[in-house]
Design a protein. Structure first.
Length: 210
């Protein structure tokens, strides 16, 4: 299955992507994690991306598409993949189509803005591997420590409430129109995010028929 996950920042795309991956044994390709890795390693692309991320803005299409193109050509994507965080704009969706990438389903996770602000201010991310946790919804076994690699859990700058509101504004202006773009192709499915993670997951699996 070749799947795109849509939803506002903090809607739970990353968590659902992990669960779908486990079920289908396909890789989840998070542009956010890939960009953060590039920033951490100080690569040329990472330096370009850093300026945008710190300002709470989206990284340019040119940089993101370059990252994605390389990743989709790797062997583990042969049987399918999940794109989490890409495309973010209609030009990116058109670029994906132009690359000849055939998508089976586009799943949008719908969550109200006020819930997202609450969720994201409680989010913690591992400095080491980029794994995501939450002080209420997805606690690590040991406070402040990543279950997977033992790295420190931090609150990212772009999870601060004022930055979240800016990011939501950008999402509504630039990313939300993708729902209309994919609805025309008949590939769009909507899932409404629930308070309980397991309930959202059940709705996601049902929508995907897995």
């Amino acid at each position: 299955m070749k799947l795109i996950l849509l939803g506002a920042p903090g809607a739970g795309k990353g968590t659902q992507a992990e669960l779908i991956c486990d079920r289908l044994s396909i890789p989840s390709i998070s542009t956010g994690n890939m960009i953060r890795e590039a920033i951490k390693n100080g690569t040329e692309m990472g330096k370009k991306a850093k300026e945008f991320v710190e300002a709470g803005k989206l990284v340019t299409d040119e940089v993101v598409i370059g990252i994605i193109k390389e990743r989709l050509s790797e062997k583990d994507c042969e049987n399918g993949f999940i794109l989490d965080g890409f495309p973010r704009t209609i030009p990116q969706a058109e670029a994906l189509d132009a690359m000849g990438v055939e998508i089976d389903t586009v799943l949008s996770i719908e969550v109200a803005d006020e819930k997202i602000v609450k969720r994201m201010s409680g989010r913690r991310v591992c400095e080491g591997c980029g794994a995501s946790y939450h002080i209420e919804y997805k606690q690590p076994k040991k406070e402040g420590v990543c279950d997977l690699c033992g790295g420190n859990l931090i609150c990212r700058k772009d999870d601060a409430p004022e930055t979240v509101l800016d990011r939501l504004k950008v999402f509504h202006e630039q990313t939300e129109p993708l729902k209309g773009y994919y609805e025309k192709t008949g590939k769009l499915k909507l899932v409404y995010g629930q308070e309980e993670l397991s309930e959202t997951t059940a709705l996601v699996f049902k929508a995907l028929g897995i």
